[in-house]
Design a protein around this ligand. Structure first.
Ligand code: PXG
Length: 459
């Protein structure tokens, strides 16, 4: 591909003529054209104009080991030459798919020992919905179908995963959520608990889940599902006791605890999985992104004993699977990716060095006139931009100021993700202190420019 000698304008014209992008307003895209990304190394990506852009989002929260690790390319080449594809249906398996399960069972939360593979987080969350409903079915509890999840949750884009998700804009298209998905308040203290202490807010957020269970009846509830820290919803870090209280509720009412580790998995919080950071033992987890650091598409669902034993001992055939379940090349790349994370002590380094440094430096923005709150955990951080700092007043309608700031970041060669009016980051686990320093300089510049726009436009 890199041999195709086209200039930026030519790439943009072809892109515009033939490519529909995800989550994109094409009329707006038409005005600017796409930024064409051509190569990457470490924490930096390069575009077709040779700009070096600091990618503090690790792609889409996924390039955990950083860009440019040729070991993964070599493993993929070797596996493609040996066995590029074979499936795992009809009593067959491939060696990378078998070995990956063994490795995952050593690092995933306690009790999770069986894995079912897909190619995207959305697919794995669809698998989860089918598997959980089938589980209750096998046990003769056919009414246990409903999932409780949270507003602002992101669990994917397919019909079931978008229904699990709590994004109003997504629900407004295509008659979502499907029946059997209900949403409760997320543990977003800054927005929903302004007058409450952290402890009071925790009680309120957990009580809302319990009320929903009581309202619908525990015999109708299949599972509670959530991201340990909500990512695309705006890096919503729950209060410290939230998850253990949710786990207690699930036990009390005999509801499965499902945790979406698609962003938090593979080191992002400073532990292998977010569940381990919050010290909970989910019945089921889903993962994607960081398992291959995004180098190839691979996802999965990790299943605890309670559910796996029911399936294996009593379930008969589960009519579900994908052509690419356990794809040998993707699994081989995942094995190498996990080896690199382990051998290079990446997670310990996040926990001891880069995460505390990122969190400390981001908190310098607490004094900025536009910033209401800085929050984060591990290598996830967010800066909430507000209309009135003293009154904790958010911009209404949301989104405009975030987009302005995102554009300033981009012009300053910094990629951060605008969520409503917050600026989020989720850099590679390999991010250096120099990268973080550079991010702070560029973000400061972008926030100052945003502040003058806000004043000028009277927002
Ligand atoms: N769960 C979580 C927690 C996610 O963040 C998915 C599931 C779905 O994964 P797939 O592989 O189907 O995309 C995700 C994906 C954004 C953004 O703009 C976030 C995601 C995907 C695309 C964009 O923040 N997260």
């Amino acid at each position: 591909m890199h041999l195709l000698n086209r200039n930026t304008r030519q790439w943009q014209e072809i892109d515009s003529a033939h490519h529909l992008h995800p989550f994109t307003d094409h009329q707006l895209l038409e005005k600017t054209g796409s930024r064409v990304i051509t190569s990457a190394k470490g924490s930096y990506i390069k575009d077709s104009e040779n700009n070096e852009i600091l990618d503090m989002m690790a792609g889409l929260w996924c390039v955990n080991i950083g860009y440019g690790r040729n070991e993964l390319a070599e493993v993929a080449k070797e596996q493609m030459e040996l066995l590029p594809y074979y499936n795992t249906f009809f009593k067959t398996a491939t060696t990378p798919a078998i070995e990956l399960g063994r490795i995952l069972s050593e690092i995933t939360p306690k009790g999770i020992e069986h894995f079912f593979y897909g190619s995207s987080g959305s697919e794995s969350n669809d698998t989860l919905v089918r598997l959980v409903r089938r589980y209750w079915d096998i046990l003769g509890k056919k009414n246990k179908k409903t999932f409780i999840t949270r507003t602002y949750a992101y669990h994917g884009s397919t019909m079931a995963s978008a229904s699990l998700g709590g994004m109003e804009a997504m629900h407004s298209q295509g008659d979502l959520p499907l029946p059997g998905f209900v949403h409760v308040m997320p543990p977003y203290h800054y927005k929903f608990g302004k007058e409450l202490t952290e402890d009071e807010f925790t009680v309120l957020a957990v009580k809302e889940i319990e009320n929903k269970i009581l309202e619908l009846g525990q015999d109708n509830i299949a599972a509670f599902m959530g991201e340990p820290i909500q990512g695309a919803g705006g890096v919503i870090v729950p209060p410290p006791n939230y998850w253990s209280l949710v786990q207690d509720l699930c036990k009390k009412y005999d509801i499965l605890l499902c945790v979406d580790e698609v962003i938090c998995g593979f080191g992002r919080t400073g532990e292998w999985f977010g569940s381990q950071h919050f010290k909970i033992d989910p019945d089921i987890i889903t993962f994607a992104k960081g398992i291959t650091s995004g180098y190839l598409p691979l996802s999965g669902i990790g299943i605890g004993k309670r559910v796996s034993e029911t399936f294996i001992n009593k379930g008969g055939e589960f009519y579900h699977g994908y052509t690419y379940s356990g794809h040998p090349v993707a699994c081989a790349v995942a094995i190498e990716n996990i080896r690199i994370i382990k051998d290079e002590g990446m997670i310990e380094n996040v926990k001891k060095n880069t995460a505390p440094y990122l969190q400390k430096r981001m908190r310098e923005f607490e004094n900025h006139p536009l910033v209401g709150e800085v929050r984060g955990q591990g290598l996830l951080a967010g800066v909430e931009l507000v209309k009135n700092k003293e009154k904790k007043e958010l911009f209404d309608p949301p989104g405009k100021v975030g987009n302005i700031c995102r554009d300033h970041c981009m012009n300053n060669n910094l990629i951060m993700r605008a969520v409503r009016d917050g600026m989020m980051c989720s850099p590679p686990l390999s991010v250096t202190k120099d990268d973080i320093d550079e991010c702070i300089v560029r973000l400061k510049k972008s926030l100052d420019l945003t502040l003058s726009d806000v004043k000028r436009l009277g927002l």
